[in-house]
Design a protein around this ligand. Structure first.
Ligand SMILES: Nc1ncnc2c1ncn2[C@@H]1O[C@H](COP(=O)(O)OP(=O)(O)OP(=O)(O)O)[C@@H](O)[C@H]1O
Length: 330
């Protein structure tokens, strides 16, 4: 059964729609990626899951609890994108202070904090937070998200702006938390990190989910592996020319068809290579498709405004077409 269920979540700021009807479910123990360009609505979505901002419509349920329910707060740990800490406190005092807020008994809290800081390799625990480096502060913020030993962790850009060593440490730590059975919602711009830790992802654009599924399924839905067939062909006088031509096809049947054509024309295949799109390639393709769709939707809305009167919202252009297509593809 899903530990986190999101149904038609929507957030509007004045007339602006930041999140436009997201629905998804996350299974216990999954690492679930939320990916998208700047302004796509990722942080807004994560904050609604964490109960930090109220949705305009829709629901987010964590382990059967809704935001505002103290039991939900107990089950959840949130690492915000920006996490200002109390600069005058030491790491230990700060984390004990948060453990108190969650009513974690002192001895349990001390032990948990010690173990977490040990695992995160945080040195100088008694240094004022204000005097800690950015990487050290991020580790303290991660420890804060774990102080109540939550089942579900929401990590918004856990490793952004950190050096490669600290970044790797945090990504590996995220993987370890998942191996221990924590459910993790993970948002990051670094798609290599997303690919290395996430089981399934959603790609958001303009507040909508435009693709979803495992990275492999999304990859298949967006072209999958490509075959690059290199060939030389007859220049017309019977002699093959030296220039190589590249034909890109989707499968082996395509390769055979190129081979037949090339050989019929007196040429020959010189090389065949397979290329698998990276998550970054897919992300760029999906984001640009979605931008085109939303532009044409806006144009249609402008053109057909008068005709639409009396119809319901979905028929009038606001549709889940992007999402349905992606869903069907996965
Ligand atoms: N409090 C607010 N008032 C008005 N608009 C807001 C508010 N918070 C967010 N927005 C707008 O909602 C949209 C989505 O913002 P959000 O921070 O969720 O995006 P994001 O995908 O997390 O972007 P980034 O990758 O840059 O962090 C943006 O256009 C943003 O300007």
């Amino acid at each position: 059964m899903a530990i986190l269920e999101v149904d038609d979540l929507r957030k509007e700021y004045g007339g602006f729609t930041a999140v436009d009807g997201s629905s998804f479910a996350i299974e216990r123990g999954e690492v679930f990626g939320v990916v998208g360009p700047n302004g796509a609505g990722k942080t807004t979505t994560l904050k609604m899951l964490a109960g930090l901002i109220e949705p305009t419509a829709g629901t987010a349920v964590v382990a059967g609890h809704t935001p505002g329910d103290p039991e939900m707060a107990r089950r959840l740990g949130f690492l915000p994108e920006e996490s200002p800490l109390y600069e005058e406190m030491t790491a230990t005092d700060y984390l004990e202070f948060f453990a108190d807020l969650y009513d974690v008994p002192r001895t349990v809290a001390r032990d948990r904090i010690d173990r977490t800081l040990e695992r995160l390799d945080l040195e100088h625990r008694d240094r004022r937070l204000g005097n800690m480096s950015k990487g050290m502060k991020r580790k303290v913020a991660i420890a804060r998200a774990l102080v109540n030993d939550p089942d579900v962790l929401i990590f918004d850009e856990p490793a952004s702006g950190l050096d490669p060593l600290t970044t790797n440490y945090i990504i590996e730590f995220t993987q370890e938390l998942s191996d221990e059975g924590k459910t993790i919602v993970f948002s990051a711009h670094n798609l290599f990190h997303v690919e290395s830790v996430c089981d399934r992802i959603i790609i958001m654009n303009d507040g909508r989910i435009v693709a979803r599924g495992t990275i492999d399924a999304i990859r298949k839905a967006h072209g999958g592996t490509e075959y690059h067939v290199y060939a030389t062909v007859d220049a017309g006088n019977g002699a093959p020319i030296d220039d190589e031509f590249r034909h890109v096809v989707a499968d082996m049947a395509g390769v055979e068809s190129v081979r037949e054509t090339v050989e019929r024309d007196g040429g020959r295949i010189t090389d065949i290579q397979t290329e698998t799109p990276t998550l970054e390639d897919i992300f760029l393709e999906v984001a640009s498709e979605s931008r085109e769709n939303s532009e044409s939707r806006k144009n249609n809305e402008g053109r057909n405004g008068a005709e639409r009167d009396g119809r319901d919202g979905d028929e009038s252009g606001r549709s889940d077409s992007d999402e349905d297509t992606a869903e069907a593809r996965t």
